[in-house]
Structure formats: C-alpha cells, structure tokens
Design a protein around this ligand. Sequence first.
Ligand code: ADP
Ligand code: MG
Length: 340
Amino acid sequence: MKRTEISSLGEFAFIDKLTQDIQLKNKSSILGIGDDASVIQQEKNSQTVLTTDLFLEGIHFDLVYTPLKHLGYKCVVATIADIYAMNALPEQLTVSIGLSARFSLEDIEELYEGIKLASSIYGVDIIGGDTTASQTGLLISMSCLGRVRPEELCLRSGAKATDLICCTGDLGAAYMGLALLEREKNVFAGETERFEPDFARKEYILERQLKPELKLSVLEGLKEKGIKPTSMIDISDGLASELLHICKSSKVGVRIYEERLPIDYETAQMAEELGLNITTVALNGGDDYEFLFTIPLGLMDKAKEIDGLRFIGHITEESLGASLVTRDGTEISLKAQGWQ
Ligand code: ADP
Ligand code: MG
C-alpha cells in the first residue's frame, strides 16, 4: 500500500488534505476550518452544551484489531453520545490529533474517513481542531457543541423516587466484543498456529465494539410522545456505574431487576464461553453507548409504545441505596467499576 510520510507534506498541506472536502450543514455553523477560530451563531431561546473526550492509544484503543476508520467513527459516536444524553442535538465538532511518525498520510486519511462518515450520519459539522506530533502513538481529542431548548435539557440530577428507570438497546455486547478481540489478538500477532481469527457467529458483539450506533429512535420517540426524562446519562462505563451517578446527582436510590437486564444472545454466549457471569458483564461492561434515563411512573403506558425502550427498575428513596434484585429475589448492592 502507498505510504506518504506526513513530514513530506508539512503541517498545512496535511491538514488541508484531511479537511478539504468538509462542508458545513448546520445553520449555526458560520465559519469552520481555516481561520484562527471557528464562528457559531447562537440561537435565541437555546442553550449550548459542550463536551470533550480524549482517546489514547494503548489506553482506549488497540490498533492491532481496531481499523482506523472504525476508530474515527467510534470516537465521534462516543463524543456526541454525551450531547444526546443532555437531550440536546450535536451540531459542531472539533477534532485534535497527536501522531507519531509511525502514521502515514494514508493512515490518518482512513481515520478521517470514519470521522467524516459518523459526522455526516449524525449531522454534526467538523469545524476545526489541532494537529501535533507525538513521540509515541496516536492521541485523539474531540469536543462537541450541541444545542437544546432550556425546557428540554436533561441532567443527571432530576430523578425522583418512584420514577421508572429505562434504557435503550442491550448491554454488555461491546465488552464481549472487546473480550473476543483480545482473545484473538495473539492470532493477529501471529503467535498461534491458527492464522485466521475465529469470529464466526460473533458479528453482533464485534460490531457493537467496533462500530457502535446510538439509539436515537428511542430519544425521538420520547420527544414525539411529549415525554421528557427526569434524568438521563449515556452508558459508557457500564450500567452500574451510571446508575450510581444518577443516585449521587439526584440524591435517590435505585432498584433494578436482573431478569429485566437487556442482553443479546451473542453476548450471553460469549460470556459463557469465557466463563464470565452474564449479569456482571451487563452491569459493568463498557462502551455500550446506550442511554439510561428515568421517567415519571405515570408515563409508563405511553413509554411502552416506544420501540427499543426497556424498563429495568425504579428509583427509590436515597436511604435504600442502589440495589439489584436477582432472579431468586435476593437484593445485592450495586458497585461501580468505572473505567480501568
Ligand atoms: P493554529 O495555528 O491557529 O492552531 P492550525 O494551523 O493548527 O491553526 O489550523 C489551521 C486550521 O485547521 C484551523 O482552522 C484549525 O481549526 C484546523 N485544524 C487543524 N488541525 C485540524 C484537525 N486535525 N482536524 C480538523 N481541523 C483542523
Ligand atoms: Mg493548531
């Protein structure tokens, strides 16, 4: 494959190559890449939300099994998930990268293919960034601006006792995808006799790890039905950890039910293959990028009509703490694992 050294281009030609075909779609994006700063027109009666994420090679991703295009795509999804979790819509994105001489122009073009694809699918404009050399590895940082009407904003802090706890999609799949990739990593590295990694009937968990998508249809369903969540958060560090965030911010307790945890068949199979407890996987697996939110109990019937929305438990008084009710009716207290 062709390899163009970035040093042969110089910084400006390099940035130009990566960004020349970027077009702005949102009305609020007034000026994008090319000047000292970008310009955004704030609308009346709307609030701006801002989030930043940092992704480091060796910590957040492993290029042995992550194609650069997928990596770019996933970083965008992970970043904008935080905006959606505020019940806002993402509009502008900045992308900063640090790269060592190991990476060629073609590599970073592949990364940007993924970044641009996700940006266009989710309707966010790339309006700037920064580029620098790094001594080792690849570093990606993204910031996203979003917009929300003040009355629509959802924080972690609004949950009330008796509210229903809901989530989108299913849990633990991305973590099982990662576990599978890690298991097969020695095959990639040529350390075993098998030279084809074994991914048969594991497509779903791999896709959840390598190309996550956000369940926007559920958020749109809520809007259509006039249901405003009392609290919301995206599930990036595992359900248990996010529930504890809601408990802390809202000063409430939670009770969720093991039998209600949404788990895909492939996830369950992989967990069994690896000798892992499936409930632990669903509670603590990372990278789900599903949404967790609470709604008033009285809106249950309306919410039931939304495809892909799951009820997993309810909010309790703070003094009751955070617990999981197992299939046999035992209550276990929830612990966060967070990032590792
Ligand atoms: P400055 O010297 O002001 O930091 P740069 O030369 O770094 O400007 O950047 C020139 C333009 O290209 C700016 O508009 C900046 O936002 C944009 N830019 C730089 N790096 C990236 C990148 N990795 N992705 C997208 N836009 C970038
Ligand atoms: Mg710069």
